[in-house]
Ligand binder design. Structure first.
Ligand SMILES: [Zn+2]
Length: 219
């Protein structure tokens, strides 16, 4: 099977998405790129995660043409392709409809530096992209443009997208940012903005996470 390892990861981490409470029903999608060929294994459109096997994952070329697979690729294929084109150093993408991150995206607010864990995104703040129709090229363009090198971006009135050097990193980022968004909303519900970490504190957090020295723009 072409890209068997990557397709297994798509099936395995799809089930993890459900188990971790990061999506509901068939919402969200994920992909893994094979650096050697540039081909990308993506989740199939509209299938329950528990039913998806490695063979159901679809292999596409960077231009989106299907290379192998019998299913239709995820409706957000353009967004995945856009990020891989923009980020040659990232080889996995996880798009969630997780409740807290989505609530923040519905408020159209970025996730600020309220916890050192936000630094896992590679930036001080996770930005929120403007609303565009789901599955549209406009959404893909807005998400890539707004992320601007950040490993995560909120999608207005929709959800969250996280990138990683590999699937484990992208998935862990989605888990940690969902936690941060939940805590942030609890702070707002308590009637106050949480104390922001300073740029220096966030820089040290990134350094401790092993990201120091990477060409990331400060925000
Ligand atoms: Zn979505």
């Amino acid at each position: 099977m072409l890209l068997e390892r990557e397709r297994c990861l798509v099936a395995q981490f799809g089930r993890e998405l459900v188990r971790a409470g990061l999506t509901a029903g068939t919402g969200g999608n994920l992909s893994v790129r094979d650096p050697a060929t540039g081909y990308i294994a993506v989740s199939p459109s509209g299938m329950g995660y528990d039913a998806v096997t490695a063979a159901d994952a679809v292999v596409v070329a960077p231009d989106g043409s299907v290379v192998d697979g019998t299913r239709r690729p995820t409706s957000e294929l353009a967004m995945h392709l856009g990020f891989y084109a923009a980020r040659p150093d990232r080889h996995a993408a996880v798009h969630t409809h997780s409740p807290a991150a989505t609530a923040l995206a519905c408020l159209r607010r970025p996730l600020p530096a309220m916890s050192y864990l936000v630094a896992l995104s590679g930036r001080d703040t996770v930005p929120c992209a403007p609303y565009a129709d789901f599955g549209s090229q406009a959404l893909a363009d807005a998400a890539v443009r707004t992320a601007d090198g950040c490993d995560a971006v909120l999608l207005a009135s929709h959800g969250l997208l996280c990138l990683g050097a590999d699937m484990d990193a992208a998935f862990q980022l989605a888990v940690q940012l969902e936690f941060c968004a939940d805590v942030y909303l609890r702070c707002l519900a308590a009637g106050a903005e949480p104390a922001p970490l300073t740029k220096e504190q966030m820089r040290r957090a990134r350094e401790r996470f092993g990201r120091y020295g990477q060409p990331k723009k400060e925000t």
